[in-house]
Design a protein around this ligand. Structure first.
Ligand SMILES: [Zn+2]
Length: 444
């Protein structure tokens, strides 16, 4: 592991990692290497950085021949060098030789290469015991092994990776997060997201390392029971921290993998957090609505819609207007109308014009109803006919809507059905907001 033989300008100019690759496992390694080397741009990682971070993981993972990392088997199986019981007496030497071989074979990035992850170098089989082969599932999670080659393309022996990508896999434990049961890997096209997670994870791991505590995968400060909750909370956590340093990210897609690669029990699942939901969470968090969005999640704790919680609805693109925002019984909009309007615009993609008409009609209804809130019940009708009749009755008494408002007030779906329930909910929500703002009392 040395840089001798290269002059200084060569060392500075050579690029080893061109960029993130799109492969979640390799990108996890790249993010962790950047955080360990304290560099934001993967292209700035030099050979001496690679030497340095490789030395760091040796010290983190092993205490002489003793593995220091708990639950590593969930990521690399019990067969990996770091855990394999047969390496009891020479684990340190074996791991050092393994890393050393990889480092020696690492070449700088070129414009061609058949490595399936980076495409910047050719894949190279390594000596494993007596056989030259590519990584199995004890190096590359959720792939195959000698006995189950059907997990590999064309029954190849292992995953065809270049030496640098194989090395990068060894940094994954520093990036993957856990809720104590499963492992979660956050993958995003936005490098700021991945770097932020890697930095948080490594700060926490280094703190435990210097305290002499046993090490394990990073457990973020928020609780998460399932993959949907994890996806939303990862986004909120990153937004909260990133905003301090970097400002807005805009529409950002996050794919969250949840898996266990123990060899005996392999599990795999993933969800995509829609970019629109990220944008909504970010705008709400950065603006004056921060308390409101916290209220929405706090108040939604025990609420479900057809068996789904708020996290599942947001991740899977189900409308959360009712019952998460709208609380009919309390005649209340949790988080307030302003936050709800942001949700309608960013996530539900509602036309601004429709929202403005709803607000105009809602305001007129409120002005009319505030003299006698008993009539509010007529608007809360369960049937379309009753609801329309109530509106028409009020219209006869005072101007509530113009005839031109109709197409946007009662739009039709693709089958020609009137979306009246949505209109009713929106009008009621706007009225409830005004009632609460003016601290009016509704005794109806
Ligand atoms: Zn590669």
């Amino acid at each position: 592991m040395e840089t001798a033989g290269l002059n200084e300008s060569q060392i500075i100019n050579e690029v080893y990692i061109r960029s993130f690759t799109g492969n979640p496992f390799i990108d996890a390694g790249i993010a962790a290497v950047c955080a360990l080397a304290e560099k934001k741009d993967p292209a700035k990682i030099s050979k001496s950085d690679l030497v340095d971070v490789t030395q760091q993981i040796m010290d983190i993972y092993l205490d002489n021949n003793e593995p220091k990392w708990q639950n590593l088997g969930k990521l690399f199986t019990i067969n990996c060098i770091l855990l394999n019981p047969s390496n009891k007496k020479n684990r340190h030497r074996k791991y050092e030789e393994y890393l050393h071989e990889l480092m020696q074979k690492v070449s700088s990035a070129s414009s061609v290469g058949n490595c399936i992850a980076c495409g910047s170098r050719d894949a190279q089989p390594l000596l494993h015991g007596n056989a030259q082969r590519y990584p199995y599932r004890d190096e590359y999670p959720l792939s195959g092994s000698g006995g189950v080659l059907n997990y590999f393309s064309f029954f190849e022996r292992g995953v065809p990776l270049c030496p640098l990508c194989t090395l990068l896999l060894q940094f994954m434990p520093l990036y993957v997060i856990s809720n104590g049961k499963r492992l979660f890997l956050v993958h995003s096209h936005n490098p700021k997201i991945m770097l932020r997670i890697a930095q948080d994870s490594i700060i926490s791991i280094k703190k435990n390392f210097s305290a002499g505590a046993s090490l394990t995968f990073y457990q973020p400060p928020f609780k998460f029971f399932n993959i949907n909750e994890c996806a939303i909370n990862v986004a909120r956590e990153v937004i909260e921290k990133a905003s301090v340093y970097e400002g807005k990210s805009g529409k950002t897609a996050i794919r969250l993998y949840s898996f266990v690669n123990s060899g005996q029990l392999n599990r795999f699942d993933f969800v995509d957090l829609p970019g629109e939901v990220f944008e909504f969470l970010e705008e709400a968090n950065l603006g004056e609505m921060k308390e409101n969005i916290n209220d929405l999640f706090r108040e939604s704790k025990n609420v479900t819609k057809k068996g789904r919680d708020i996290y599942s609805c947001l991740v899977n693109d189900f409308d959360i207007s009712s019952p998460f925002f709208l609380r009919k019984r309390e005649r209340n909009v949790v988080g307030g109308w302003q936050l709800f309007e942001l949700y309608l615009l960013r996530v539900r993609k509602m036309e601004k014009e429709r929202i403005e008409i709803i607000k105009k009609v809602g305001k007129r209804l409120y002005e009319y109803l505030k003299t006698d809130f008993k009539k509010l019940r007529d608007l809360e009708a369960e049937e379309y006919r009753e609801f329309r009749l109530a509106l028409e009755r009020f219209q006869k008494m005072t101007l509530i809507y113009e005839i031109d408002d109709f197409p946007l007030l009662f739009p039709k779906d693709e089958k020609g059905r009137v979306r009246w329930r949505e209109t009713q909910h929106l009008l009621l929500m706007y009225i409830y907001e005004l009632v609460n703002k003016d601290k009016m009392e509704v005794k109806a």
